[in-house]
Design a protein around this ligand. Structure first.
Ligand code: 13P
Length: 286
């Protein structure tokens, strides 16, 4: 079984300044395709599930699909729960085998967020799991979580204090990034990543990966964004390839589900491989 703790993946990536793709998978086909991309690139990979995906399948069924598909994979893989404000779902996934969770309590005031995140870290440690923390909302609604309003940005001191006191293993700063496609090229506060990493030694999670430029990825990864989240690009590659296939099927009057699945899989594999290579993760499997 190639499943490893999240911290093993992120600490190596931070030390050697490469990024590990954290792909929001949505079903069995996308799990298998992302794993295949990681195997082809000999790269560690993070599979992450939104709360919506967990609820769609049920935690147990989703975990059993993951286990079945990861069984013969020979690169390091870790399973992470993305943005989750709900302690019940956090507890359920930790009990159910997830390696890591993002406790997204940015809607609480920082003191209460810190108190509850400290509890989640203690709870995660009991199953050998890890925790990503967040004190500012990442703009953009994704899988029904989040807001289109820009969140209040906390000072560097507040963020550093939160990371140190909670003991989180990874932190998601708001730096001008947003979920979904960017309407215009974002101006990012890359220096904040450098400052947070210098003050804490903790790897950062780059949210809103879809649509950033190659230069932005490279710069942020060099500054310590060891976890690089990609969701919208997976959804788009999956569904655009489906649309192309279905239009052609309609024209030809030929309806062949396995041919559709092959096209969807090829699109998701190509998307994941391109990101893994760009992030410097290829050849980093151990
Ligand atoms: P994108 O949808 O912009 O790729 O962002 C993914 C993400 O940050 C998931 O938490």
């Amino acid at each position: 079984m190639p499943v490893v703790p999240m911290k093993d993946i992120l600490d190596r990536a931070l030390a050697d300044r490469y990024g590990v793709g954290a792909f929001n998978i949505v079903n069995d086909l996308s799990i298998e395709a992302v794993l295949a991309a990681a195997v082809e690139e000999r790269a560690p990979v993070i599979l992450q599930t939104s709360v919506k995906t967990v609820k769609m399948y049920g935690r147990r069924q989703l975990f059993e699909i993951f286990q079945a598909l990861v069984r013969d994979v020979d690169v390091p893989v870790t399973l992470h729960l993305d943005h989750c404000p709900d302690r019940t779902v956090i507890s359920d996934c930790l009990a159910g085998g997830w390696n890591s969770v993002l406790f997204d309590a940015h809607e609480l005031d920082v003191a209460e967020n810190l108190r509850q995140t400290t509890e989640v870290v203690a709870q995660a440690r009991r199953t050998g799991a890890h925790v990503e923390g967040e004190i500012e909302g990442i703009q953009g609604v994704e899988d029904d979580v989040g807001s289109d309003e820009a969140s209040r940005i906390q000072s560097l001191e507040v963020a550093v204090d939160f990371i140190k006191h909670t003991g989180v293993d990874c932190f998601a700063p708001a730096i001008g990034n947003a979920h979904g496609q960017y309407r215009q090229a974002p101006t990012l506060d890359a220096q904040r990543v450098s400052d947070l990493v210098a003050a804490t030694g903790v790897p950062m999670a780059l949210h809103g990966g879809t649509g950033l430029s190659d230069e932005q990825f490279t710069d942020l990864i060099a500054r310590g964004c060891a976890k690089v989240n990609i969701s919208t690009a997976l959804k788009e590659s999956y569904l655009r390839s489906s649309l192309a296939h279905l239009k052609e099927a309609e024209e030809r009057g030929k309806w062949d589900p396995p041919a559709l699945f092959r096209q969807q899989r090829a699109a998701v594999v190509a998307m994941a491989r391109a990101h893994i290579r760009l992030f410097g993760g290829a050849g980093r499997a151990w």
